[in-house]
Design a binder for this molecule. Structure first.
Ligand SMILES: Cc1cc2nc3c(=O)[nH]c(=O)nc-3n(C[C@H](O)[C@H](O)[C@H](O)COP(=O)(O)O)c2cc1C
Length: 156
């Protein structure tokens, strides 16, 4: 039997970047959350995935959406990462963003933007895996915000 603490600790040894996954609700309201489970999946077609906790308040917006977007955070965007992981506030308040071609929100200043059509949603334990087909992207130079051992890190 694997304990949840030791499982968490072992997973935390895998260094990742940090992204914000976003959707636009039918009423035009943007929603999003901080995600480090982002992974590229396939080249042809170009697919990426994010895993979203089934208890996340934003989950229904992703379940209802035909598209979502991913913003890969830059080193200076730790505040945005904290903001999109915190409960009970308007996450987009004071955050500069613009709409992707699909309408999904893209966080300004990110290192990369992926605009995705939902390709598949897979229930997996206590998370839902959203696989997106990338329909548009944008890249800019800069240094990444990193996450390792449950803490923010920067490239040396
Ligand atoms: C660095 C970092 C990475 C995270 N990665 C994920 C993730 O991959 N999947 C996920 O469901 N939650 C992840 N979270 C937690 C969510 O951001 C947080 O639980 C969520 O914003 C809660 O949103 P809610 O208000 O929709 O419930 C991460 C948080 C942080 C700080």
């Amino acid at each position: 039997m694997i304990g949840s603490q030791s499982f968490r600790r072992a997973c935390s040894k895998f260094a990742t970047g940090i992204t914000i996954a976003t959707v636009l609700a039918p009423d035009g309201t943007p929603h999003g959350l901080t995600i480090n489970s982002f992974t590229s999946v396939s080249m042809d077609p170009p697919l990426v995935l994010v895993c979203i906790d089934r208890n996340a308040n934003v989950l229904p917006y992703f379940q209802d959406a035909k598209s979502f977007a991913i913003s890969v955070l830059e080193e200076s965007q730790q505040a945005e990462s904290n903001r999109f992981a915190a409960r009970g506030e308007d996450r987009f308040k004071g955050v500069a963003w613009h709409a992707a071609p699909s309408g999904a929100p893209l966080i300004d200043g990110a290192l990369a933007h992926f605009d995705c059509v939902v390709y598949q949603a897979v229930e997996a334990g206590d998370h839902t895996i959203f696989i997106g087909e990338v329909t548009d992207l944008h890249v800019q130079d800069g240094r990444p915000l990193l996450y390792f051992a449950s803490a923010y890190q920067q490239l040396a």
